[in-house]
Design a protein around this ligand. Structure first.
Ligand SMILES: Cc1cc2nc3c(=O)[nH]c(=O)nc-3n(C[C@H](O)[C@H](O)[C@H](O)COP(=O)(O)OP(=O)(O)OC[C@H]3O[C@@H](n4cnc5c(N)ncnc54)[C@H](O)[C@@H]3O)c2cc1C
Length: 510
């Protein structure tokens, strides 16, 4: 059987990008995907007259063609930018708290972001300007770090990016408090936290600010034909470059030699396909716990994986409605509905099915009016569970519990927004943590990989990425790796890991 320089396990965002990077260096690649389509979470599905987006609310750090963000630049380098029909939204979010304290609509674009925040927090210009200045310094520090492949010069960093260093290990709340920011402004600016899935006492400021600043300055982009369009473009590019993708082919084992080095990947019929490198787009828990033989897993690798915390387990409800957004009273694209805008308290409430009323709800028609047939609307509602509470649901109670959460999501949305949707539902589909566990194989149905923690956020993971290669030739791309989870992050980690793997192959072959 043919051998490959590298095998990528999983055709999610991280895996697809890594494969292209390796192919671009002239090395052979096989992608193994257990599902019958590319993308992992980045996909779509049809119910009746509706083609639903499975996950993407908006793509971070893409930007317009003449002022590209890092992800557009990456897609340009990969050769896929023009394979996709792009559009974008200009609204950041409407944040509503059920405690009645907040109903704030925040816009994208620096001036509009500031203007919209000032409507709710008059006199707060200086805090928003300080945030922009700090964000810009962080952006430049990150660009410099990337340009020297992480081998930064200490003195240069201290001289040019002192505030980046100062806030390096602090949380969002710590930095905002030290800036003297009023609570109301902080609460509204923190509303994006659920996109990163850790509360703002834990979430690294640098990570959060990088995401917010990139949404604000580069707008919220999305493909016109759902994220499936991106995944298909990446699949097409892999084939153009001579790579292979085998669908319906789960990797069932990773084979190493007596030195502990990678020699192959086993598939479900028992065949072992030879390779020197593996990029795993699935979790380290799956790789070390299921794919490798226990004696081949270094102790440090196990300790590392077990020290980490699973991020939010996903629940998503998709509605196809037989009225237009105007008829339903839906005016926004992206709703964050929280019990409270205090992220720490909200996070606690999200540990239990009974107490979680948080939802991030998107109306795709607000950005892509013709995404569903005329006179109809598509809504998708997402929430996260910050503990494995769904594991306690008995099989006989599963449908009841699913209906309970879905019903409550509809009630909460109607109450918070004043829109009337219940009587116009034509299609409904619900995904629980069990769905996500089965669909992408993620433990406990987590949809965000390992949670960002103060000791395990963006900066520590980037700094430790080389030390975390415990098995020679095996690297991780996607939501569990050094850029953490989210579309852009998964693409970026695929880029890093693909280039590292390709570099190693080139060095070995010369
Ligand atoms: C409902 C929802 C809403 C979201 N909203 C947003 C958003 O608005 N913005 C944002 O940035 N992010 C969002 N995310 C998160 C984002 O989708 C993920 O972070 C990202 O897609 C993860 O990509 P990944 O590379 O980790 O791959 P995954 O999507 O996790 O895919 C992994 C792939 O590996 C395959 N696989 C696993 N095990 C094996 C095996 N043994 N053999 C072969 N194949 C295997 C799986 O089938 C899958 O295709 C959302 C996610 C969900 C579910």
């Amino acid at each position: 059987m043919k051998k490959y320089d590298a095998i990528v396990i999983g055709a999610g965002n991280g895996g697809l990008v890594a494969a292209i990077r390796i192919l671009q260096k002239g090395k052979s690649v096989l992608v193994l995907e257990k599902h019958n389509a590319p993308g992992g979470f980045a996909t779509s599905f049809k119910r009746g007259r509706f083609e639903f987006e499975a996950s993407l609310h908006e793509l971070n750090d893409f930007g317009p063609a003449d002022n590209p963000g890092d992800v557009r630049t990456l897609f340009r380098e990969l050769g896929v930018e023009d394979k996709i029909d792009w559009t974008y939204g200009t609204e950041a979010y409407r944040a509503i708290s059920l405690d009645g304290k907040y109903d704030a609509t925040v816009m994208l674009g620096k001036e509009n972001y500031k203007k919209s925040l000032l409507r709710y927090c008059p006199g707060c210009e200086k805090y928003i300007d300080n945030f922009f200045d700090l964000s810009e310094e962080i952006r430049r520090a990150q660009a410099y770090t990337a340009s020297v492949n992480g081998k930064t010069d200490k003195e240069y960093m201290k001289k040019n990016f002192p505030n980046f260093i100062r806030c390096g290990s602090y949380s969002v709340n710590e930095v905002f408090r030290s800036m003297g920011m009023p609570d109301k402004l902080r609460d509204i600016m923190n509303a994006y936290w659920c996109y990163l899935g850790a509360h703002c006492d834990d979430l690294s400021f640098i990570h959060y600010c990088s995401m917010v600043y990139r949404y604000v300055t580069k707008n919220a982009y999305m493909p016109k034909m759902r994220s499936h369009e991106i995944s298909c473009a990446l699949d097409e590019r892999i084939r153009e470059l001579g790579g292979e993708i085998w669908y319906n082919t789960p990797a069932t084992g990773i084979v190493t030699d007596e030195k502990g080095e990678i020699t192959g990947v086993r598939i479900s019929d028992g065949t072992v396909i030879g390779t020197r490198k593996i990029v795993a787009n699935c979790s380290p828990h799956v790789v070390y716990g299921q794919l490798m033989s226990p004696d081949a897993v270094p102790e440090a690798a196990l300790k590392n994986a077990n020290a980490r915390k699973f991020a939010g387990r996903g629940f998503c409800m998709f509605l196809g409605l037989n009225k237009s957004p105007e008829e339903l009273g839906i005016t926004n694209h992206s709703y964050f509905i929280y019990d409270t805008l205090d992220s720490v308290k909200q996070y606690e409430m999200m540990k239990k099915i009974e107490t979680n009323d948080c939802q991030a709800t998107c109306c795709l028609n607000s950005v892509i009016p013709d995404c569903s047939p005329e006179g109809t609307t598509m809504l998708y509602f997402t929430t996260l569970y910050m503990s494995d509470d769904w594991a306690k649901v008995k099989p006989e109670d599963y449908v009841k519990t699913k209906n309970f959460v879905a019903n409550r999501m509809i009630d909460v949305f109607e109450k918070a927004t004043g829109a009337k949707i219940r009587d116009s539902i034509e299609e409904i589909s619900v995904a629980t943590p069990m769905t996500y566990a089965r669909y992408c194989g993620h433990p406990e149905g987590t949809i965000y990989g390992y949670e960002s923690q103060y000791w395990d956020g963006l900066m520590p993971r980037l700094q430790m990425m080389n030390e975390e290669v415990y098995v020679k030739g095996l690297r991780f791309a996607g939501g569990y790796s050094m850029r953490l989870s989210g579309y852009s992050s998964a693409y970026n980690s695929g880029d890093i890991v693909g280039r590292q793997t390709a570099g190693e192959l080139v060095r070995e072959d010369n």
